[in-house]
Design a protein around this ligand. Structure first.
Ligand code: PCA
Length: 326
């Protein structure tokens, strides 16, 4: 006898089986910055996009705030397969290869438009370099232009001599040295504590990181000097990438395009919002005075020459192509 109930539930089971993932996999994705930051928000949407696009066959789970790996450890973790995907600020590895620091050359690309142009000419050599390190590049989103934060008003570098200056890559550390300060490398996730306890008294970073970490609780001044615009990069272990089927790779590529586009916009919007918030929370914000700006330009020239020397032909090619594109 025909039993509607049994027949219906049987077809539901059949449906469930036919759409169920053949071999569902989960990839943990470490990220170093605050969960509410736009890089992390973009990453979370990228992860959802892949999970939805593969019907759950590949689930990506983001772990923001350095909760799975601290920023400095993420690249190595992906290379060695401890995790298969993650986001990292590659200029933090400039000591390994100068090319990783192309986005932190002082006063080279200082607007979103310029950052985009610089990225266009640097993408290919950087992708090749990453490939040679068992890493596949998915997408990249810039930080807003970097400004200077201090616990005091600063008219010229004489006012910051001997100050402990929080750094996050080779360029930020070198800038501190040339300015007569003492660089201390500290992850973004740890800076509120570092400023509160006097481990650091200033830093170069974006309005967004100052806002994410409420630095107005310890610091008083933000000078928007537009030093450079470092980037975050979402990377996949190359072996794992090669093992994926074409359909999954297509979904990841499409989600990456979307993420890069959305991330670029958010970077721009978040910058205006966060610099306003610094002021609302009591910080003095504005451009650097003439004396400080001039000293920074001089430091920038020294650093640019140093970078060009270390980066050799590959570096020169990027800078020349960028200047020709302007
Ligand atoms: N925020 C990150 C990197 C650049 C930025 O704007 C940081 O301060 O660590």
């Amino acid at each position: 006898m025909f039993d509607l109930k049994t027949s219906l539930s049987a077809s539901f089971v059949a449906l469930a089986i036919s759409t169920a993932p053949v071999s569902a996999e989960t990839w943990d994705m470490p990220m170093a910055y605050a969960a509410a930051n736009y890089h992390s928000a973009t990453g979370a949407e990228f992860a959802r996009c892949v999970t939805t696009g593969t019907a759950g066959e590949l689930e990506i789970k983001t772990h923001p705030g350095g909760s799975l790996f601290a920023g400095a450890e993420i690249k190595r973790a992906i290379q060695t397969g401890q995790v298969l995907i993650g986001e990292r600020l590659l200029s933090g590895h400039q000591n390994e290869n100068a090319l990783f620091g192309f986005d932190s050359v002082p006063f080279l690309a200082t607007s979103f438009e310029e950052s985009e142009k610089l990225w266009e000419v640097a993408k290919e050599p950087l992708t090749e370099l990453l490939d040679s390190q068992n890493l596949h590049l998915l997408y990249s989103v810039p930080w807003p232009a970097q400004g200077l934060y201090f616990d005091r008003a600063v008219e010229s570098l004489a006012d910051v001599k001997g100050l402990k200056f929080r750094s996050y890559n080779a360029a930020s550390a070198r800038m501190a040295e040339l300015a007569g300060m003492l660089p201390v490398q500290i992850e973004a996730a740890e800076i509120s504590q570092a400023f509160a306890t006097g481990v650091a008294q200033g830093m170069v970073s974006s309005g967004s990181t100052g806002y994410d970490r409420k630095v107005w609780e310890s610091l008083s001044h933000y000078y928007s000097v537009d030093a450079w615009m470092p980037r975050n990069y979402v990377l996949v272990n190359l072996d794992a990438w090669n093992d994926l089927d074409d359909a999954t790779r297509n979904v990841m590529n499409a989600c990456s395009d979307l993420a890069e586009y959305a991330g670029d916009w958010r970077s721009l919007q978040y910058n205006d919002f966060t610099v306003n918030e610094l002021a609302k929370n009591g910080m003095q914000t504005g451009p650097a005075g003439e004396a400080l700006a001039k000293e920074l330009q001089e430091i920038g020239e020294v650093m640019t020459n140093e970078w060009l020397e270390t980066a050799g032909d590959a570096g020169k090619k990027i800078v020349d192509a960028f200047k020709a594109s302007k």
